[in-house]
Design a protein around this ligand. Structure first.
Ligand code: ADP
Length: 160
């Protein structure tokens, strides 16, 4: 049976931290679905379509990585796609506490789905989408924090 993992997140925008987690996880799973959470209550800077386009560009030559979006529960999306693993990245103790609660609740809802965590490489510890967005909004150069294949000038964000 194919080992399918879902990597859920906001990815607003997708960073080198996210990219590294997916690339490393390719040695653990046959297929990874990067699932952009479409949260109607949470305003994003980049639209759902833009975020998906950016991520698809990064993995255009990697057929084992798919890009999709979902609304609602991550475990429901996993079940719909035959995924038995949820992939998440950990940077700090704060990430751990946050992820622990989500993973334990997910496990209570779907005990056949395992959450798998990869610890970030030290140089990616400070990289997060919020800071990257702030740099972009302020007209700075955030290119070193996003995958080399993403040219930020090609994508427009929405002020909100
Ligand atoms: P969410 O809103 O679900 O936290 P994010 O897009 O911020 O979505 O993050 C998605 C996943 O990627 C989370 O597991 C997060 O901890 C992880 N992540 C974010 N930035 C990094 C990074 N620099 N290194 C490793 N993992 C990261």
């Amino acid at each position: 049976m194919k080992r399918i993992a879902v990597f859920p997140g906001s990815f607003d925008p997708f960073t080198i931290g996210h990219e590294a987690i997916v690339k490393r996880a390719l040695s653990l799973f046959d297929e990874i679905i990067i699932a952009v959470g479409a949260n109607a209550l949470k305003k994003s800077y980049y639209s759902l379509a833009t975020r998906k386009a950016m991520i698809s560009r990064v993995f255009k030559d990697e057929p084992r990585v798919k890009v999709d979006h979902y609304e609602g529960l991550t475990v429901d999306f996993c079940e719909k796609n035959g995924a038995k693993y949820i992939l998440r990245g950990l940077r700090t103790a704060a990430d751990f506490e946050f992820e622990r609660a989500i993973a334990q609740v997910n496990r209570a809802m779907a005990s056949d789905i395992e959450s798998v965590f990869l610890l970030t490489v030290p140089e990616h510890t400070p990289v997060n989408s919020t800071i990257v967005r702030d740099i972009i909004r302020s007209g700075g150069d955030a290119s070193k924090f996003v995958p080399a294949s993403i040219n930020l000038k090609d994508y427009k964000g929405e002020e909100n």
